[in-house]
Unconditional design. Structure first.
Length: 366
């Protein structure tokens, strides 16, 4: 009975907030909040972890999580790329420049997400589930994201080329063909690695596959509603930047990133007007609703050293995500599904980082 009352109270509160956004902010922001709730419910309900899927493949040779992620990418690309081709001026792809910044950022992010047990979306939904480490990581993730964005100009000066969008460069058919070819190669590699295990496991996990399809559909809805792909880490950086600006801790007018018109405008406007922030708030809300419905068992108790290492990893998550032009969501899901070459580079470097990260995680006894 208590759980039912909690769920009802949260449902009423979320509905009221959606109405507030609809009436006082915009229809678009209200819709994005509701889509965010859907993402939070699916991510938390299915325990759909990008980080965990990679770690299970590396350590247990269990490819089911990675297969679900590949299905997510395939479904999202099937809708996103035709939409981008049909509405090139109304919709934009998640493009990022191949660069030294991308290589370093993705490598560090891949390692840090294994230690912190969560990427951008994972940190959000696990914080919503009340997991102490992820709740503690969220603010330092935001701080790292802000500092990474503030330093991004310096990193790009080390070397970068113009972003490459497959839909624009090779057309819709070519973009879909190359994307599916890449996904098939990754699927075959994951299948081969799983076959080297002495334990026979199914490649298909029904709960994860259903979650993958739902996440893909919701990601496409964000593209249609917002006009740009799903992202997470920009919102974190914006929150910290607003606090820093309010405290007169930095001057955005002299920073290469935050002086850009779109970012300067975001700093001046209410956070409720930011597309990424309102979706992030929705994800937190959706995960909280799942938590109220089915509270998970007690998390593993961490010692002081594990807490310190986890917090440092959380900061590195935020910093490196800005250098890499996104996390598993902004760079991998949105990047690959909208045809950005940087998304593929991100996957390779982040996976290499994860190979290191799982060993560091094991060393500290997580």
């Amino acid at each position: 009975m208590t759980k039912m009352k909690n769920r009802l109270a949260l449902t009423v509160a979320f509905a009221a907030f959606a109405v507030f956004l609809f009436w006082f902010v915009s229809v678009r922001q209200s819709l994005l909040f509701m889509v965010g709730i859907g993402l939070g419910v699916v991510l938390a309900g299915a325990r759909f972890g990008f980080t965990t899927g990679w770690r299970n493949l590396i350590e247990q040779r269990d490819a089911s999580g990675v297969f679900a992620q590949l299905i997510l990418l395939a479904v999202a690309a099937a809708f996103s790329m035709p939409l981008l081709a049909s509405f090139p001026t109304e919709l934009s792809a998640a493009l990022g420049p191949p660069s030294i910044s991308l290589l370093v950022g993705a490598l560090v992010f891949g390692g840090a997400m294994q230690i912190a047990d969560g990427c951008g979306s994972g940190t959000l939904y696990k914080a919503g589930l009340g997991i102490p480490l992820n709740m503690a990581i969220l603010p330092v993730f935001a701080l790292g994201s802000f500092l990474g964005s503030a330093h991004l100009g310096w990193w790009l000066d080390l070397g970068s080329v113009q972003p490459v969008g497959l839909v624009e460069e090779v057309g819709l058919s070519g973009a879909l063909g190359l994307t599916y070819l890449g996904l098939i190669v990754l699927a075959l590699a994951a299948w081969w690695w799983s076959k080297t295990s002495s334990v026979s496991r199914s490649l298909l996990n029904t709960k994860l596959i259903v979650g993958a399809v739902l996440i893909a559909v919701l990601a496409v809805l964000i593209l249609v509603i917002a006009g740009k792909p799903w992202g997470v880490v920009y919102g974190f950086g914006l929150w910290a930047a607003k606090i820093a600006q309010a405290g007169n801790l930095f001057d955005p007018t002299v920073n290469a990133f935050w002086s850009q018109p779109v970012n300067a405008t975001a700093l001046q406007q209410s956070v409720f007007l930011d597309l990424t922030s309102i979706t992030n708030i929705g994800i937190l809300a959706g995960a909280l609703w799942i938590f109220s419905r089915n509270k998970s068992g007690k998390p593993n108790k961490l010692n002081t050293q594990q807490w310190i290492v986890g917090i440092i990893a959380g900061f590195l998550l935020g910093y490196s995500s800005r250098l890499a032009f996104g996390c598993n969501v902004g760079a991998m899901v949105s990047g690959i599904s909208t045809g950005s070459i940087h998304g593929w580079i991100w996957v390779v470097m982040a996976f290499l980082g994860s190979l290191i990260g799982v060993r560091v995680r094991r060393y500290f006894g997580y």
